[in-house]
Write a protein that binds this ligand. Structure first.
Ligand code: PLP
Length: 443
């Protein structure tokens, strides 16, 4: 029996109580073992209970756990800021710490706006984003999130922001490797800027490699470069939301490194604190930050910003990623896992697509691979398959969203420390879950 609780989250559903977690595995209080095939919510990038990260945190705890920014600088926050700047595109030397992804996105759009006001471009305030997309749950970030069911009830409390379609070439029957496809979707941004009036557009925010909203959507060839060019043409700032794609999971520290494109502002979180501490950051180009600081200061901040314990954890996480070659492992094991997921398409005709980069991977279920029509809503696939996998001892992450269309996709994103034998375990448990789902759904 699950205990009574005063806690509440999004729904009434309850899960077993977690007893302990180590590496890629987690155990509940009844002793059942789970393989964390989604790193929580694409967070636990270096696996659970890493002894060196815990030790770094313990050492910091013995020194200090809080130093308010108006009273002290702290060594871990200085060191982590320098490290993050060294891993960011050149010129992006300014790091602003926060405690999560939504806060990082809020910080990004507020810095962009304050910069515009400071340099006499106060007419610019609209932030264009994509549909579907997820940029967070606070009202500012939610206004950018392209998923109406999440934002609709709150619209009277927010400023509606313009949206363009995400480049879902696999649904539109276009070749992702053809640069014309990338150009086609990027031109939607240009059209939207012109429709809104370029002088009113502040920024475009994009997940370089999609997260939960699109199911690890990789942009078509040339898309990110064309987007950068269009932003430059119209004086629009480019914000990369790397909350999920940043931190090494795709095989590079920033997802955008795969496309050779540099933004003006980056938001990161999730794998940055890797589940050891609530941590995020907004990384910005000096040329944006300096005028704002010179003009009196950035009108934004949170009490826990730059918390030394969180920053000590963040530093130790990056050290683990670098010393353990974990980005290389994410590339290698990502390749193995992706090809094994693709093999499952031969066995299960209702897997319509497998996509992603490194260990940011997803597959999508469809009624028919030719038309890519989604499964009937009544099958509740996004929930059912997750539950069947959970019963097997495999944790995966799902969403039923595809923008205008409804669809079920599943993220398979284990920690970057995963071995090939553990990839095989994932595939075995997933195969069992898919088989049971097919029987239950009559597919
Ligand atoms: N941006 C992206 C791309 C995300 O995936 C998320 C969370 O899933 C967020 C922002 C919001 O992050 P948080 O839930 O930490 O506020």
């Amino acid at each position: 029996m699950k205990p009574e609780s005063h806690l509440f989250y999004q729904t009434r559903s309850r899960r077993p109580v977690l007893a302990e977690a180590r590496g890629v595995y987690m155990w509940d209080v009844d002793g059942k073992r789970y393989l964390d095939g989604s790193s929580g919510a694409m967070v636990s990038n270096i696996g659970h209970s890493n002894p060196r990260v815990i030790d770094a945190m313990r050492r910091q705890m013995e020194k200090s756990t809080f130093g308010y920014r108006l009273h002290f600088e702290t060594e871990p926050s200085e060191k982590l800021a320098a490290k993050v700047a060294s891993l960011s595109p050149s010129g992006m030397e300014k790091v602003f710490f926060v405690s999560g992804g939504s806060e990082a996105v809020e910080s990004a759009i507020k810095l962009a706006r304050q910069y515009a006001v400071t340099v006499g471009q106060g007419s610019r305030w609209k932030v264009i984003s994509r549909d579907p997309s997820y940029h967070g749950s606070t009202l500012g970030a939610l206004a950018l999130t392209g998923y109406a069911p999440l934002s609709d009830p709150f619209m009277p409390m927010m400023q509606a922001m313009p949206k363009i379609p995400a480049p879902r070439a696999y649904l539109d029957g276009l070749d992702i490797n053809d640069p014309a496809t990338g150009q086609h979707y990027a031109e939607m941004l240009e059209a939207k800027i012109l429709e809104e009036g370029a002088d009113s557009v502040l920024a475009f925010i994009v997940e370089p490699i999609g997260g939960a909203s699109t199911g690890a959507l990789v942009p078509p060839a040339g898309y990110m470069r064309a987007v950068r060019e269009i932003c430059d043409r119209y004086g629009v700032l480019l914000i990369h939301d790397e909350v999920m794609s940043g931190g090494g999971r795709t095989g590079r520290f920033m997802g955008a490194e795969h496309f050779g494109v540099e933004p003006d502002i980056i938001a990161i979180s999730k794998g940055f604190g890797a589940g050891y501490a609530p941590l995020g950051a907004m990384i910005a180009h000096d040329r944006l930050v300096d005028p704002v600081l010179d003009a009196g200061g950035f009108l934004h901040g949170h009490t826990y910003a730059g918390n030394p314990l969180a920053c000590a954890a963040g530093l130790a996480v990056i050290e683990e990623i670098e010393s353990g070659g974990l980005m290389q492992n994410a590339s290698r094991m990502g390749g193995v896992l992706k090809s094994r997921l693709q093999n499952l398409m031969q066995r299960f005709s209702f897997i319509g697509d497998v996509r992603g980069e490194g260990l940011l991977l997803a597959f999508e279920l469809v009624s028919d691979r030719q038309s890519m029509q989604p499964l009937p809503r009544a099958l509740n696939a996004y929930n059912e398959l997750v539950e069947l996998a959970y019963a097997e001892g495999l944790i995966i992450y799902s969403r039923r969203t595809r923008g205008g269309l409804e669809g079920d996709h599943f993220l398979v994103c284990p920690p970057m420390i995963i071995s090939e034998a553990q990839v095989d375990e994932i595939i075995e448990m997933l195969t069992n879950a898919l088989t049971k789902f097919a029987v239950k759904a009559g597919l």
